[in-house]
Design a protein around this ligand. Structure first.
Ligand code: SF4
Length: 179
């Protein structure tokens, strides 16, 4: 009996370049959903301390009170002006690392530096298309320089780098292994 999550994921990955020409958002959603389904068991089995939630800077409030660290990115102080602080608190409760990063390149270097085995990220469709061209996606995870990282992804609502949004309930459910 073939692993249907694997078949669906590989089909979505194979068809993605063509489908995205005609139905971009649907192709992106399908790829994310099938990839999440395929990697979910491995993601959930990864110990909390080896996992991180990595959010993009476009989700923070324009009045964000955070400072910036070259090592760890945007250091949220949970000022409650955006939902990132609530997610940070949930990660702390569960022993999962939490980061807000200024760019995809920073995110990849951070994942390498922190020796992550799994990461839950949020990204827009534009970055997914760019990422597929620059980073190898294998059946064991995203192939970074030093390691493979098992992904889970939530699509952001739009491509903009300011005032972005996402399905926060879905993000919470993935963190809680309830998805
Ligand atoms: S909750 Fe955190 S990320 Fe959001 S605006 Fe406040 S300090 Fe910035």
């Amino acid at each position: 009996m073939p692993d249907m999550t694997k078949v669906k994921f590989l089909t979505a990955l194979f068809l993605f370049p063509i489908r995205s020409l005609f139905e971009e958002r649907v192709a992106q959603s399908d790829l994310v959903k099938t990839a999440n389904d395929y990697y979910r068991a491995s993601f959930n089995q990864t110990p909390a301390q080896d996992k991180a939630v990595m959010l993009p800077h476009c989700l923070v409030s324009r009045k964000c009170q955070a400072t910036f660290s070259k090592e760890d990115g945007i250091l949220c102080v949970n000022c409650k002006r955006c939902k990132c602080g609530e997610i940070k608190a949930l990660c702390e409760e569960r022993g999962i690392q939490f980061y807000i990063t200024p760019s995809v390149g920073f995110t990849k270097r951070l994942a390498d530096r922190k020796q992550l085995r799994a990461a839950l990220g949020a990204t827009c469709g534009f970055e997914i298309e760019r990422g597929l061209k620059s980073t190898r996606l294998t059946l064991k995870g995203i192939d970074l320089r030093e390691r493979r990282v098992i992904p889970q992804v939530v699509l952001t609502a739009k491509h903009d780098c300011l005032d972005n949004d996402l399905d926060w309930d879905l993000l919470r459910r993935i963190i809680m292994n309830n998805y």
